[in-house]
Design a protein around this ligand. Sequence first.
Ligand code: ZN
Length: 413
Amino acid sequence: MIGSSVVFRARSWTVLLLGLLTTASPAALAAECSGHPDALGTSRTLVVDPREHPRIGTMQYRETLPLKDHEVVLTFDDGPLPKYSNQVLQILANECIKATFFIIGEQAKANPEGVRKLVAAGHTVGTHSMTHPLTMNRMPIEKAEAEINGGIEWTSAAMTDPSKLAPFFRIPGLMRADGVENYLISRGIQVWSADFPADDWRHVSPDRVYQLAIQRLEAKGKGILLLHDIQARTVAALPKIIRDLKARGYRIVHVVPATADQPATPTTAVEWLLHPPTETTPIARWPQVPNFVFAQTATLPAPGLADLGAETARQPQVLPRKTMAQADIASTLPAPGRDLFAIPEGSIEVLLSTTLSRRAATRLAMAAEAPRAGKDKAGKIRGQRTARGAHPAARHATAPRPTRVATSVKKRA
Ligand SMILES: [Zn+2]
């Protein structure tokens, strides 16, 4: 048991004062960043109480950080790895940006100085397990607890002042499970998912990482960006991401845990929802959890195919199984014009089409107008079944028949 060895003590008053001071204008922020007048800066410090909001990040959970429009929280996982982590630190320092780092215990063990550098630079440091297993959703809970505790032990051991360790945890590969979350929550540790990744662990170009970061942020308007400080492509993409954030009017928010001396920033419950629900917007649009694959990381095992997504079907949080892009596109589709559903007066066919498919309505109209000898009782029943069985959205649509799609696919194959 290591619970008693981890104490999250009060943070210094300097952090609080810095947070109060940094609610200044962008111009003032830039002036505060010594030697870098064009820096993006950190606009404010958000103090959160893990016990009040134990799970955050709309990639998987209902709640996320209570950010205002155009506010961004940067997070970096899997370090510290000196070769890349030091470059990320320098880029953030040049912009006077404070971020949150999720440390792997093995990395802290191998490079404790890297952890101390993060703390010295004023960043928030949470943990990310001991060995980064991508199986925390199906391993015995005792093993999961050992992973969590090992990461906390080695990360806090690397710190000069262990109280600097934030009670924030990100599950490796976001492979969540109720038991894992319940254990973390029972210890007062906040489970951090994210609002969008930039796929910087995949074999993509730095420019692609930049594009995905900005596109996904623009789609949501604010949120927690998931990056990794152990990838060359992230180091290459980060300056461009930051420059673009500034050009687009985004502001960086630094997140720290509440303590006895530093109470949580006052918020309302609805602020912890990315987009507060209204009568006309559905709220259940969580995308599928991505399958994380780690590249160029000698110290971390790549997952086997069997490790990836095997349990996702049992996770109600990730339903429906949509990609993020689809969800985002769906939320921005324009409403169809009224004339699409216009009903010319006096037409039995079109009157029926308000409740039946156009094809079924046509059949009914023809049956009604045909000689009674042609009776089409069976056809009428078939038409109704077709209409009722169809997806509501398909009733007015003119989508191609499934057989046609299959044929065209076969031709291309
Ligand atoms: Zn990770």
